[in-house]
Design a protein around this ligand. Sequence first.
Ligand code: ADP
Length: 214
Amino acid sequence: MSKIIVLIGAPGAGKGTQARLLEERRGIPQISTGDMFREMKGANTPLAQEVQATMKAGKLISDDLTFQIVQDRTSRDDCRGTFILDGFPRTQIQAEMLEQLASAQGKEISVIEIDVPKEELMKRLTGRRSCSVCGEIYNIHSKPPKKDEVCDFHTKIKLTHRADDNEESASTRLATYNEQTKPLIDYYEQSKRLKKVDGEGELEEIYAELEKMV
Ligand code: ADP
């Protein structure tokens, strides 16, 4: 049976980095709600502007809009089999929406929590940089680019610092995670669909652990 693999974990836990690796090496499509919302940046509509302002403040986008983009994206051909969700669900309502989506698509939900201690998260968030061309993610402390401030693959492009990775928005995101998303871990644990990886340590070690679970 095809699966919907949900990566769950606090902002900065490394969901995006690991999901991108799984996509690259195993060919499993990665569906990231955060990336899809960030892609709306170019659109000059009131909705796109509202999304950008909400993200910048570190708050959540509405469940309905979020589900709509997940539903649209996962109805494409590349999502007929197993795919990875990175950043969804983040609320109890979204988790219910996902149950319906999974049963409509005839798939089982398999959740992997990437667990990182609280103290480490803020450092990761404020040190994060990314390439605006290919989306490659770096960290000035743990995964610096080969050359200062430029992408390894796009050496003319200066890396960017996400608008919501400043201390204030990052602490709002961490608080929102604790209040709204963390309870989902219990929910999936109770229904025996939860696996856990230790998200501290070498990126490749974490990947190796994760790969065994998918
Ligand atoms: P992180 O997990 O590091 O916070 P993401 O890139 O997953 O970063 O998400 C960035 C922002 O996008 C969130 O702070 C929120 O504003 C919005 N977002 C992403 N996924 C969701 C979701 N499932 N529900 C509501 N908002 C979301």
